[in-house]
Design a protein around this ligand. Structure first.
Ligand code: PMP
Length: 386
């Protein structure tokens, strides 16, 4: 079979399962609103929860860091790409979250695929929540450790697995998100921390969807004061912080190990200075305005959840800004998304392998930039086509 035949056959299979993904082109920036094909849409699919990606303060900081440091770092941190602005960003995020230290990565995907293999060997055991993000799953896959999956947010199941298998391992690592990216829910994080301490297991928490959103913007672990009982927090600058890149917040010792063992940090170019500048500005804004922004976001998320419920979707109380409206069938999810799009509301269908088969959905996200008029329009669009 030639490579072209393979590509054709594979795409054909994707089409038959209603799983073909396509790129949507925006005429301008995306945030709470977007222009596509000359038409304005309310954007319910962005992770720019605080509408900071278009904030003039971040744009100005990106420009001034670009002027001072250039547009690119030119090398990985370990070669010649370690600029003082990277260390400034790491100091600021570590101080903001109350961790000893932090190390930046090119993205959240890099952070997770670097951190997990760096912390584990074949003698260890990794326990991973079944709904963890693909980057956490891939981080586990890249590790040589024994890997087991616990039922979503099920601490009894995790407890059983740790009891049964934890003793045979040198170290046990527990990997979870604090707010789950596709379901918008959260594990009982305080109980989870307790459980890990009890079993002497190291806890890694991906706070991609909690930073800027809960704990007055500091996420769940820092918001609840659980830093010293958590091995590492992963956060991204590409979501609520309106920029790009990511970090691991951890101990000084762990940072040293990551510099020496986390392959995406070692073998990939350091963050571009304009992204660093925007992230520094975002931390400053969230530090000052985090509580007010979080209140506004909570109110918009509540309104969105009410709209989805009125349209007949079973929506649990969101832990952050993500409201899953589960449709089920892949084709139906595409149809629903198209119907909303026709009404000026952008809510892309999320299908397998991002979510389990038969649980295709609209993953609606709220932003502080959505107005009351937007909410009225969204309500009208759902009323038109539940
Ligand atoms: N972790 C989670 C929970 C995510 O949702 C995402 C992005 N969707 C990532 C990590 C990856 O972050 P990034 O986009 O910076 O690669």
């Amino acid at each position: 079979m030639s490579i072209n035949d393979y590509i054709h056959e594979r795409l054909d299979r994707i089409d038959k399962a209603n799983l073909r993904r396509t790129l949507l082109t925006f005429d301008g920036p995306t945030g709470p609103h977007a222009i596509i094909g000359g038409k304005k849409y309310i954007n319910l699919c962005s992770n720019d929860y605080l509408a900071l990606a278009g904030d003039p303060r971040l744009i100005e900081a990106a420009g001034s860091y670009g002027e001072k440091w250039g547009t690119g770092a030119g090398a990985s941190r370990l070669v010649t790409g370690n600029l003082a602005c990277h260390e400034q960003l790491e100091h600021e995020i570590a101080a903001f979250l109350g961790f000893e230290s932090a190390l930046c990565f090119g993205s959240g995907y890099h952070a997770n695929t670097g951190l997990i293999p760096a912390l584990s060997t074949a003698d260890d055991l990794i326990l991973s929540d079944e709904l963890n993000h693909a980057s956490l799953i891939d981080g586990c896959r890249l590790s040589k450790a024994r890997r087991m999956v616990f039922r979503h947010a099920d601490l009894n199941h995790l407890d059983d697995l740790l009891r049964e298998h934890g003793n045979g391992a040198r170290n046990a690592l527990v990997v979870t998100e604090s707010i789950f990216s596709m379901d918008g829910d959260a594990p009982d994080i305080e109980e989870l921390v307790e459980l890990c301490v009890r079993h002497d297991a190291a806890l890694i928490v991906d706070e991609a969807h909690a930073l800027g959103v809960t704990g007055e913007g500091r996420g769940m672990i820092a918001g609840l004061g659980l830093q010293t009982r958590t091995a590492a927090v992963v956060g991204t600058f590409g979501k609520a912080f309106g920029s790009f890149g990511a970090f691991v917040a951890c101990s000084r010792q762990m940072r040293e190990l990551l510099i020496n063992a986390a392959r995406p940090a070692i073998f990939s170019t350091a963050l571009p200075p304009p992204a660093v500048g925007a992230a520094v500005a975002a931390i400053g804004i969230v530090k000052k305005e985090g509580a007010a922004l979080a209140r506004k976001l909570e109110s918009n998320t509540g309104a969105l959840a009410d709209i989805a419920r009125r349209a007949g979707y079973q929506v649990p109380d969101p832990a952050g800004a993500i409201v899953p409206a589960i449709v089920g069938d892949e084709k139906q999810a595409l149809k629903t998304a198209q119907a909303l799009f026709d009404q000026g509301v952008l809510a892309r269908a999320i299908r397998p392998p991002t979510v389990p088969k038969g649980s295709s959905r609209l993953r609606l996200t709220a932003s502080t930039g959505h107005t009351d008029a937007d909410m009225a329009k969204i309500l009208g669009a759902f009323d038109e086509f539940p």
